[in-house]
Design a binder for this molecule. Sequence first.
Ligand code: XMP
Length: 512
Amino acid sequence: MNDPRGILILDFGGQYTQLIARRVRECGVYSAVLPYTASLDDVRDANPVGIILSGGPASVLDDGAPTIDPGIFSLGIPVLGICYGMQLMSHLLGGDIRRGEMREYGRTLVSMDETGHGLLQDLQPESTCWMSHTWQVVQPPCGFTITAHTPNCPVAALENEARALYGVQFHPEVTHTEEGMAVLRNFLFGICHAADDWNMEAYAEQAVQRIREQVGNGTVLLGLSGGVDSAVAAALLYRAIGNRLTCVYVDHGFMRAGESDQVVDIFTKTFPVELKAVDASERFFAALKGVTDPETKRKIIGREFVNVFKEASAQLGKRDHFAQGTIYPDVIESGSVKGSAVIKSHHNVGGLPGELGFTSLVEPLRMLFKDEVRRLGLTLGLPESLVYRQPFPGPGLAIRVIGELTPDKVRIVRESDRILREEIAASGIAASQYFTVLTGAKSVGVMGDERTYAYAVAIRAVATDDFMTADVVHLPYELLDRLSARIIGEVSGCNRVLYDVTTKPPASIEWE
Ligand code: XMP
C-alpha cells in the first residue's frame, strides 16, 4: 500500500468491514484491509495516512479476544476505532469496559457533544446512528474526552486529539447512520489529510499488480458464465496476463437471445483471449428429456455443466491457476469472510480447482460490491449492455419453462423475453428483474379463422433491493397491450399472455 497512501483497515471479523472499505473508496481514498493479526511492521510497511479498527463479534474482555499491538497507537498515525475497535483501543490504553444494562441495537439518537472540531465537526447536535453492541466504554482512557453519548451509552464517541486517536460506538459506514459519511470524511480529510485521487482505474491497476504477483509466469483458466462477474474478472485477468489466460464458455442452450454471441464476440475481439466456447445444448436437452421436476432439472443441469467444463479443460491441457468472479456478497453469503474459496452456486464448478490440480484460486473481485464490479467493468472497456445486465439465474431459461424442456419451448421463452426486454428498454421503466415464463398451460384460441391450441406466456416484472422480497412493477396497460400483441404476433406456439401480479413472498421471483 505504499503508493498511493491510503487508509489501512484492520479487520476484527465485523460484518461491516468491507463496507467500511467501500465507503472509504466512495470518498476517493485508497483503502486496504488486513486481518487484526497483522504485525506492527506490517502496519508500518503499509505506510497508511490513517488506520481504522473495525467492529467485531467478540468482547474485548473475553479470553483470547482479538487484539493488537498497542504500539499502533504510538506510530503517529491517526486511528479511528469503530464499535469493537473503539472498545479495544480504550481497553488497551487503560479505559474501563463494562457490559451495558441493555443491548443497544438499531437506529439510536446520539447526542453529539463536540461538533466544533475533529471527528464530529459540523454534525447536528443530535443525529440518528446505527448501534449494535452489548459492551460499552464506561470510563475513557487517560487523556481522552467523551464527544458523544446516548441515554444508555455514556461514551458513544471519544477522542484524544493530541494523539489523533478517535473512537465511535456507532457504525458510520452503515446508511442508517444519517451523518455517517460526514464522520468518515472528517476522519479521512480533516484528520488524516488523505488525498481523494483514488478511482476505479487505480483499483484496476492495483488488482492487475496483485494478479501478476499471484500468478507469476503461470497460466490461468477461467469459466465464463455469460454473466457480469466472470466477464469483468476475465477482462481484468486479460489486462494482467494477456494470452496466458484461457476462458471456457459452456453454452447450455438456455441463454437469453444474443447473449452467447455477445460473450464470444467480446472475448475474441475486444479481449482476444484463448476462448473455448462449447455449444452443449444438444447434450443438455438429451439429459433433461422427460424430466419435469424443477429440482431434478437443476441438478441435471449442474451435473452436466461440470462434466462439460471438465472435458473442455482436459482437452485444453493443464493450466496452473483457476480464476473465478466471486464478488463480496458471495463471500458473505458463504459465511467465510476469512476462509476458503467460494464457488458460485450456479455454474458450479465446485471441487474442480482441486480435482484438476490447480495450484491456486484467483478471485480478483472478492472485495468488491456488485455496483463496483459494474463500474470496474466499464473502466476495463466492457460494453454497458453487458455490464448492466439484469440478474439471470445460472440454469438460465431452463427454469423459466414449466414442465419438460424442449428446444421449441425454450425458443418461445427466449423470443418472448427478447420482446419484453426491448419494450421495457424503450419505455424507460425501471425494474430490478423482468422476464417471461412459458407457463406450461395450453389453451384454445383463435387466430385468423383457425382454432389454435397453444401455450400461455406469463410476464413477470419485479422491483427489489435484495431479491429476498419483491414488489410487482406496475406496467402500464398500453405497454401490456403492446407486449401481448407483439408476443402473440411474433412468437409462434403461444396464444395467450398473462401478467403475474404476485409479490415475493408468497411467490418466488422465478417460476420453475
Ligand atoms: P427466487 O426465484 O428464489 O429468486 O425468488 C431470487 C433471485 O435469485 C435468482 N436465481 C438464481 N441465481 N443461480 C443464480 O445465480 C440460480 O440457480 C438462481 N435461481 C434463482 C433469481 O433470478 C432472482 O434474481
